[in-house]
Design a protein around this ligand. Structure first.
Ligand SMILES: [Zn+2]
Length: 257
């Protein structure tokens, strides 16, 4: 799916004059709103788990996080990537912004979590201010951050966690939020930790993908050769990503008519 095609369809809905990109001074409050699809809403504890992880990993000294949840959303698909790449979720948000749907977008990040598959990429999709991701069933099974950190080996200043599907799903959720805030894959890094290669949220599985051509981060750090090393993850954004987030000054403007 060509991004331009569906941004075009979003643009035509926006041309009623209700939706525009804004540029602000770097912000001190970032609004993130999360919706669950009907499929995702079937599992207990998904919203609480997402709240806990986002309050931990999107909380920076340079902004305060304003996190909220919308009511479950009826969608035509549970596919966590296609619901955005097809235009469905962006158009639903735009319709909500003009009062045609009962969906109230916020200016910074509007994330839809579905029960889509997490085996094969793409499993999520992120655009400026709009993102979606599958995997609600895995989030429902994920332990708390503290339980997970008790299990992790901590011998660097960065916490390292296993690369299993539940954990990877939450990392991809954070990855798509990163895209919604303007981060690209090269804002991520990978680093050696003992015999493992650890990937931060924006690089994620690209750290060991032969299809990914980047060999260094946007800030110049080179990516170690993944070779046969064990694969591990970190939930913490790289210094390079944090530097970019500190400069975040975007936002959507809505005016209801
Ligand atoms: Zn990505």
């Amino acid at each position: 799916m060509n991004r331009r095609v569906f941004l075009g369809s979003l643009g035509s809905l926006a041309s009623v004059g209700t939706l525009a990109y804004a540029t602000r001074e770097p912000v001190d409050t970032v609004e993130v709103r999360v919706w669950l699809s009907e499929g995702a809403a079937q599992y207990d504890g998904v919203a609480d788990r997402i709240r806990e992880y986002l309050e931990r990993f999107l909380d920076f000294e340079f902004w305060s996080l304003e996190l909220s949840f919308g009511e479950p959303v009826s969608t035509s698909t549970e596919d966590g990537a296609r619901v955005t790449s097809s235009g469905e979720w962006p158009v639903a948000l735009a319709a909500g912004a003009v009062g045609r749907r009962d969906i109230d977008p916020v200016s910074d990040v509007n994330l839809l979590v579905t029960d889509g598959q997490m085996r094969e990429a793409p499993t999520g999709y992120g655009l400026p201010h709009v993102a979606s991701v599958g995997g609600a069933r895995y989030i429902a099974e994920l332990e708390s951050v503290d339980e997970l950190y008790d299990l992790s080996e901590v011998d660097t200043d960065r916490r390292v966690v296993p690369n299993d599907r539940r954990i990877r799903t939450m990392q991809i959720l954070i990855h798509e939020i990163g895209h919604a805030l303007g981060l690209q894959h090269e804002h991520g890094v990978s680093f050696r930790d003992g015999d493992a290669i650890v990937a931060t949220p924006m690089l994620s599985s690209y750290a060991w993908s032969s299809n990914y051509d980047g060999d260094h981060s946007h800030c110049g750090a080179s990516y170690p050769d993944p070779g046969d090393h064990a694969r591990k993850l970190s939930f913490e954004f790289s210094t390079c990503a944090r530097r970019e987030l500190a400069e975040y000054n975007g936002g959507l403007l809505y005016s209801r008519q």
